[in-house]
Design a protein around this ligand. Structure first.
Ligand code: ADP
Ligand code: MG
Length: 361
């Protein structure tokens, strides 16, 4: 069992830098939780407080119901994999993996058994006699993970473990870490600024900005029901479009922007009552705007519009269009068979069932 709870946790460095502000969340046993946010938002600090490498300024950290604030890192039964791997350069892979166990006075044959088992799981058996400098980035990364696995800890902490790998290896390691999670049945807290890593691996995502938690939810919830424009803009690529608009009631509700007049589906009318005649931000993802020629959606005119094509970016599997309508600038990911040309006008269709309305700040 390993349940990690933070209750109103703050980290203030040097009495002035508020790195983490009032963080409250629970990581359930065997969950794979991702702390997601841009550089400097407090992810590493949060992880280091859980590990005991950083003192908690205010608030409570509990593991399995016990307060851990003053417990030494070595007594927390937590293993951390660092961003730079932190391997000992003069030691072999075997010794790097065995080191923590030796310190804990684990019997030699038990160490041997655990190191070989971890090496097998991670497919690094043939490198056990090498030094870290004789390994590729990806192999070093595995050794760092192996060093954590052999300890068989209650909780694994990962700090951007894939950020030093090339794109192809990152994709591969993503699925391997996911499989490893199932296999170890461990509780994992994983830090990244990469929304794709978060979406693909997490059971639960905690989105942070400037030391403050913005939203906690499943990948599905974070994508489909973002709490604010920060979360909405951070998840998804290309990013969600934000268009200044007004909500109008005229035989139903409408979104009126500089370039469009779009009917709001009935399912939204109750929750949007409070916005009538107010300035709002209309959010719609690029993948939910279609080139009308290839749209599979109703096209009776209430969810359509015309836009000028500013830039066409063909990617092969899809085409990204940068579009302009009135003052509205936005992006659509459309069928690659599109005939849209730069400087021309095209008809587009909005999937209004996927729309979002945010408060205008
Ligand atoms: P992230 O991992 O999300 O990039 P960090 O947790 O490393 O963010 O940093 C959060 C904030 O705390 C940043 O503003 C950073 O400059 C600051 N910070 C981090 N470590 C220290 C430190 N040891 N002393 C002072 N400020 C720090
Ligand atoms: Mg960091």
């Amino acid at each position: 069992m390993a349940k990690v709870e933070l209750e109103h946790v703050w980290k203030i460095y040097d009495g002035k830098v508020e790195a983490v502000k009032d963080a409250t969340f629970t990581i359930e046993d065997k969950e794979f939780v991702v702390l997601l946010g841009p550089s400097g938002c407090g992810k590493t600090t949060t992880l280091r407080m859980i590990a005991g490498l950083e003192e908690i300024t205010k608030g409570t950290l509990k593991i399995d119901g016990k307060v851990m604030n003053d417990v030494e890192p070595k007594d927390r039964d937590i293993a951390m994999v660092f961003q730079n791997y932190a391997l000992y350069p003069h030691m072999t892979v075997y010794d790097n993996m065995a080191f923590g166990l030796k310190l804990r006075k684990v019997p030699k044959d038990e160490i041997e058994r655990r190191v070989r088992e971890a090496a097998r799981i991670l497919s690094i058996e043939e490198y056990l006699d090498r030094k870290p400098r004789q390994l590729s980035g990806g192999q070093r990364q595995r050794v760092a993970v192996g060093r954590a696995i052999v300890r068989n800890p209650k909780v694994f902490l990962f700090d951007e473990p894939l950020s030093n790998l090339d794109a192809k290896l990152r994709v591969q390691m993503r699925s391997e870490l996911k499989k490893l999670h199932h296999r170890l049945e461990a509780t994992i807290v994983y830090v990244t600024h990469d929304q794709i890593e978060a979406m693909t691996m997490a059971n639960k995502i905690i989105v942070m900005k400037d030391g403050v938690i913005q939203q906690i939810g499943s990948p599905h919830e974070i994508y489909n029901k973002p709490a604010n424009t920060f979360v909405a803009g951070f998840i998804g690529s290309p990013a969600m479009n934000f268009i200044d608009a007004k909500i109008i009631r005229e035989n139903g509700l409408w979104i009126r922007s500089s370039g469009f007049n779009l009917k709001i589906p009935k399912q939204f009318t109750d929750i949007l009552e409070k916005y009538i005649d107010k300035d709002v931000i209309f959010g719609i993802r690029p993948e939910n705007i279609y080139d009308k020629m290839f749209a599979m959606l109703p096209k009776e005119g209430e969810n359509t519009g015309r836009a000028k094509v500013d830039v066409v970016e063909p990617l092969g599997s899809e085409t990204i269009l940068h579009l302009v309508a009135g003052e509205d600038k936005f992006v659509a990911v459309v069928d690659p068979k599109t005939e849209a040309k730069e400087e021309q006008e095209i008809d587009i269709v909005f999937d209004m069932n996927t729309m979002h309305i945010f408060d205008k700040k």
